[in-house]
Structure formats: structure tokens, C-alpha cells
Ligand binder design. Structure first.
Ligand code: NDP
Length: 342
């Protein structure tokens, strides 16, 4: 029977990229649609996955054989630190207990979403679920490079522990579901993602869309400022490359063990370099201004190894060069200023 693939979070940065690749690659090719295959890209309007009933209704409506589970409350460094509460019920709960944690939103919303999706997939006998973690889940103090078996070796960085612990639990759940019920659940661990359809909102965006929005705002008389000192190093993955990796994992990978989805370690780049490349791509007449507050940097570096991925997917798989991917992203942003998430 042809697969019915449900992509939760299908309207976000990564979901839109999977949609793009599935539609644009030749039918029947490694990353293109297979004959008879059906893909459903769900948003929070189709079902609020924090709600078990809505989650069940979504599965009953589409009867997915496979799920790529991307839905999550996602934010950049500043959002992770600053977001105070989530749904109204939680706000009441937090205030009445005078418990106040900026991490609570990320912890609770993501735990609810993940628990509902995995539980529903189990009771509906979904053949396979791939969930999306993040390199944020890794311990703050760890020996680099990050590799798949280091996820649980110590506490995550305190700037995002709510999000990180919620995501880590998915790996625990996948193993327990396999052990107790024989479920075929697994996960991917992408590094920093960027591309068309990113969230370009100044307060909640990640560094690439954040910088792009910032450059655009210079037209309103504000300078192109970048928080932090520009020194942290990161690996960035283009959303359309990541999309291919998810499609590969769906079709060609059969293990509960997570796989890191990243460019090579030698392709780490500094935030300063990213900001200046964006300034170039947007023809900003000057350099980015760094606020030189190391407290805003986040972790200095956290190189991840893609050795396992490359061994499995094979040498034919090539990542899009950063400058090409950045150019495509910036072009998309400029062409979609009125409807991008800002
Ligand atoms: P986006 O913020 O762009 O999109 C989030 C998606 O999740 C949207 O489709 C959104 O729906 C949906 N969603 C959010 N809350 C709910 C909810 N309560 N119920 C149902 N759907 C919901 O995220 P990304 O595409 O950037 O991220 C996808 C995955 O990749 C996430 O799991 C994230 O943790 C992970 N990741 C992302 C990285 C990044 O740099 N962006 C890095 C590493 C991992 P709607 O459009 O209706 O709001």
C-alpha cells in the first residue's frame, strides 16, 4: 500500500522545505514523491497537538502510515530565555503557584505535543515516526564534537533547558515505545536551520532571519546591530538539504538511534561571518555593529559530527554551499516581505 505521510509542523521552516523538495524533485527519485504516495502538511490550525483529542482527530482524518513530527514551540536564544508563559491555563497555574520560570512554556508545550503525537501514533499503529530534536539538547559541558550517543551525558545550557529537556525526552520515549510495544520510532538532530519560510520576527527569530530583518529595518533609520560579540561558531544547515535528509531517513533508515543532521565540522562559521554575509547579500552599505555583550552569545561553539549520517547516506549526497543557500534565503525573504513571519 502506498504511504500516507503526515508532516506535523508542516507549515514551518522545515515543513515547507520538505513540501518543496517532495514536489520539485522528479517523481520516483530518491527524494521525490513515490507513485501513489500522499503527503499531508499539517499546521496548528489543523490540530493543536497539545490537545490529545485534536491529535487523535488529525490521525483519524488522515490515517497516516508514516509521520515526520516537526511541530514544536521553537525560538531563538532570546525567545528561549524570555518567553514567560504558554497557554492561558498554564499562565493561571503558574501565577497561582507563584512558580515562575521562563522555560516553562517551552518545556510544557513541547512535552505535550510530543507525548500526544507518539501516544497517538502507537495506538493508531503508525508504521514509522521520525521526530525532530535539535543540537540544543546536548549537554552544555561535553567533549566535542557532538555525537549521537552524548545526548544524555549532562545538563543542557541553562538558556534553553525547557526546550532541551522536552526534546531529550523524545529519545527516551522512542526507546521505551520500541522496547514495550515494538514501535518503529526514531529521531533526527539537526543543527541550526535556515531557509525560505523562516520566522523573521525580530524578537523570536534565529540568527540568520534575525539579521536579515535587522538589515531591512535600517531603511527605517536603525543601524544593523547584532547582539553578542560575533565570536560564537555554528554549523548551519539549509532547510532544503535538511528536507532531503528527513526523506532519506523516512525511506532508508530503520533504527531507534538518533542521527545528527549537519554539515561537516570544518564548515563551522562565526556569527560575525554570517552577519557580514547577510549584509553583503542585502547590499547593506557597511558592516554589522556588534554589541559586544558576551552574555548574549549563547554557547561559544558546539560542533556536531555528521560522520554517522555521511556513512549511511553515502558520498553522493552534497550539501548546498552556505553562500548559495544564504542567497536563496535572502532572495525569498525580499520577494516575500509582506507575507514572511515578521
Ligand atoms: P517553525 O517555528 O518554523 O514551525 C513550527 C511548526 O510547528 C509550524 O507548522 C506550527 O504550526 C507548528 N506548531 C507549533 N505549535 C503547534 C501546536 N501546538 N500544534 C500543532 N502544530 C504546532 O519551526 P521549524 O520548522 O524551524 O522547526 C521544525 C522542527 O525542527 C522543530 O521540531 C524544531 O524543534 C526543530 N529544529 C529547528 C531548528 C531551527 O533552527 N529552526 C534547529 C533544530 C531543530 P503553525 O504554522 O500553525 O504555527
Amino acid at each position: 500500500m502506498p504511504a500516507v505521510v503526515l508532516v506535523t509542523g508542516g507549515t514551518g521552516l522545515v515543513g515547507k522545505a520538505i513540501d518543496y523538495i517532495i514536489e520539485s524533485e522528479p517523481e520516483g527519485s530518491r527524494f521525490g514523491k513515490k507513485p501513489g504516495e500522499k503527503w499531508i502538511f499539517a499546521s496548528s490550525r489543523d490540530a493543536d497537538l497539545r490537545d490529545p483529542q485534536q491529535t487523535l482527530q488529525l490521525f483519524e482524518k488522515h490515517q497516516p502510515t508514516h509521520v515526520i513530527h516537526l511541530a514544536a514551540l521553537v525560538g531563538g536564544l532570546f525567545a528561549n530565555r524570555e518567553r514567560k508563559v504558554c497557554s492561558d491555563d498554564l499562565r493561571v497555574h503558574i501565577f497561582s503557584l507563584t512558580l515562575f520560570s521562563p522555560q516553562m512554556t517551552f518545556l510544557r508545550d513541547n512535552m505535550l505535543i510530543n507525548d500526544n503525537v507518539l501516544h497517538t501514533a502507537r495506538i493508531k499503529k503508525t508504521q514509522k515516526v521520525i521526530s525532530c530534536l535539535s543540537t540544543c539538547v546536548f549537554p552544555d559541558k561535553v567533549e566535542y564534537p557532538l555525537t549521537e550517543e552524548k545526548v544524555h551525558l549532562g545538563p543542557p545550557h541553562d538558556s534553553n533547558y525547557g526546550y532541551a529537556y522536552a526534546k531529550r525526552m523524545v529519545d527516551v520515549q522512542n526507546r521505551a515505545y520500541k522496547e514495550e510495544f515494538g514501535c518503529n520510532f526514531t529521531s533526527a538532530i539537526p543543527t541550526n536551520v535556515f531557509g525560505p519560510h523562516d520566522n523573521f520576527d525580530l524578537k523570536y527569530a534565529h540568527v540568520i532571519p534575525l539579521s536579515s530583518t535587522n538589515v531591512i529595518s535600517r531603511k527605517n533609520g536603525t543601524p544593523f546591530k547584532v547582539m553578542g560579540d560575533g565570536s560564537p561558531l555554528r554549523q548551519f544547515i539549509y532547510s532544503r538539504d535538511l528536507a532531503k535528509l528527513f526523506i532519506w531517513q523516512l525511506r532508508e533508515y530503520e533504527s531507534v538511534e538518533p542521527v545528527i543532521f549537519s554539515v561537516d565540522e570544518k564548515d563551522e562559521i562565526s556569527i560575525r561571518q554570517v552577519a557580514n554575509s547577510i549584509a553583503d547579500a542585502l547590499k547593506y552599505p557597511g558592516e554589522a555593529v556588534f554589541e559586544n555583550e558576551p552574555k548574549d552569545n549563547g554557547q561559544d561553539r558546539k560542533p556536531a559530527s555528521n560522520e554517522k549520517l555521511m556513512k549511511l547516506i553515502g558520498p553522493d549526497f552534497k550539501f548546498t554551499p552556505f553562500d548559495v543557500a544564504l542567497k536563496e534565503t535572502v532572495e525569498w525573504f525580499l520577494a516575500n516581505l509582506s507575507n514572511a513571519r515578521t
